[in-house]
Design a protein around this ligand. Sequence first.
Ligand code: 5GP
Length: 386
Amino acid sequence: MEWCVSMPKIELHAHLNGSIRDSTLLYAELSNLAVSFHSFSANTTESTFSWELARELGEKGSIVFSDVEHVILKSDRALNEVFKMFDLIHIITTDHKTVARITKEVIEDFAADNVVYLELRTTPKRNDSKAMSKRSYVEAVLEGIRSVNSVEVDLSGELKTDAFAHSHSVDGLRNGIGSKKIYVRLLLSIDRRETTEAAMETVELAVELKDFGVVGIDLCGNPNVGQWLTFLPALEFAKKQGLPITLHCGEVPNPVEIRAMLDFLPKRIGHACCLEDEDWKLLKRLEIPVEICLTSNIKTETIASADVHHFADLYKPNHPLILCTDDTGVFSTSLSAEYALASSAFGLGKREMFQLAQKAVDFIFASGRVNEDLKAIFASAHTRLN
Ligand code: 5GP
């Protein structure tokens, strides 16, 4: 639907490595493996990840080939299989140059879809073979943001100190190419495979980079892995430091963890697919905003189909919710496609969808003038589109 593309939108749940262009994965330079790969695509029924690449990685001991063989052959992957895909993607992308490149492209793609504010989340990674620390990983992400030149990028606080300034000032980014502008903020993710120490390192990094566009913390990764108590000290520390937190919550049935997460009072949660009645009531009473990822939930078979998705149960009583993409690359979607899907599945018209997009302004983690700017952008779009 054309109007879903043309209206301004806010994206609050997008994982960097899940949002890579197919074409970039197709032609990525595997300098460390000296292998080229082809035929990667999340939405074909053909082999979706190069056999050549997977075999070679298997031979090098980077992956267990038999573990991924069936995953790479299908277009829709169950949740556990999606995480195997991410392991493969990370092997290809975790070097500074590639991280900067995919960041730049992901921002350009969201901007082209008329996303005016993007909270991009990513897990800072250490990769000794590439001399990469969590810090240098995030620096590469920031470098990627600064290198965007097809659209004006607002990344907060760049001028407060010169630690990351290099040759790229905020004014430098406002280069006048095109009239579009996108606000980009980062959430640093803790992966559920990580230790308490690694989680703490991520939060400390986020605190340090608060003035450089980092606005919050996310807990993500395979929900069947890791224990809530492992991450709790780092999450509590983040809270004390004033960093807003969003949690992947209820992707699988886990009543004890779901209750602990809600009791923690995160600023937002993602998914909320498997909540029991009591937790559902609590979620609503606490009015915790939910990041809804329709295509992701359906493709991973967490939810059977759009028409039985809990979107409706939240939307009807006006519970705060935000439509999001999760992983545009892995699930072959876009934010406009998510709006179009919600519109057709739940019978919502242009007016309701615009209001939904506009309401998302209230749930962003960025503070200060951004909120006012976004309100003005939506007010002006309202006049233009009506
Ligand atoms: P990255 O953090 O490497 O930039 O983005 C990919 C990572 O995001 C994955 O390895 C995984 O930890 C997380 N992720 C992406 N999609 C999902 C999802 O649907 N659920 C959960 N729990 N984590 C996800």
